[in-house]
Design a protein around this ligand. Structure first.
Ligand code: ZN
Length: 215
């Protein structure tokens, strides 16, 4: 999902700070061989899939997490779930540090589970890297306590608040085949879906044109 502010102080997409990926990933840039993965655009059956638990942490999973962080920072986004890069496993990455001068705070959550949510709710204008250029207010619990496994195989538990709480719930939704537009009314959801179908057709035509030009 994109970086957004609380309702009333929304950071509009066109004014979103454009942060070079390299500046946001100093701790990661030494890792050789990280690469960007293409992000799936809605509608896609993989984005509607209930993902399977990560069975164990091996080199493939470590590479997936590294690639997802790089892809997220490059987009730029503040969260990315594995199904968005076509891997239907329960893994997500996020970093909701908004200040480009601040230390990045990348988190990798493997098999995350929401243990509890607050009764207090909050509204953020949400976006999604799989639904580019569409934003809508979504109401969710203001706090969420989540347990997950780290890349080192340790169990962690944390109560997220503010933008982090919204982001972790948005990303865990992805692992259950749910998008932020599924929180909207059917008319708005269908309108956005039709626009995404059109965008995908245009992109497919563009790719065809470029292939033709090279041929
Ligand atoms: Zn998303």
């Amino acid at each position: 999902m994109f970086q957004t502010g609380p309702k009333g102080s929304t950071v509009k997409p066109d004014r979103r700070p454009r942060v070079p990926a390299v500046a946001r990933t100093p701790a990661l840039s030494y890792i050789a061989g990280m690469s960007l993965r293409p992000i799936l655009i809605h509608p896609d059956p993989r984005l509607k899939t209930v993902c399977k638990p990560v069975p164990g942490i091996d080199d493939d999973i470590r590479r997936l997490a590294d690639d997802m962080l790089e892809t997220m920072y490059d987009a730029p986004g503040i969260g990315l779930a594995a199904p968005q890069v076509g891997v239907t496993l329960r893994l997500l990455v996020m970093d909701c540090v908004k200040d480009p001068e601040a230390e990045p705070h990348p988190l990798v959550l493997i098999n995350p589970e929401i243990l509890a949510v607050s009764d207090t709710r909050s509204v953020y204008e949400e976006g999604c890297l799989s639904i580019p250029e569409h934003f809508a207010d979504v109401e969710r619990p203001a706090e969420a306590t989540v347990r997950w496994t780290t890349l080192d195989g340790e169990t962690r538990e944390q109560t997220f608040t503010g933008l982090w709480a919204t982001c972790v719930q948005h990303e865990i939704d992805h692992l259950n085949g749910r998008l932020f537009i599924d929180h909207l009314g059917p008319i708005k959801r269908q309108m956005i879906t039709r626009k995404m179908e059109k965008l995908k057709r245009e992109r497919a035509r563009g790719a065809g044109d470029r292939a033709g030009a090279r041929a």
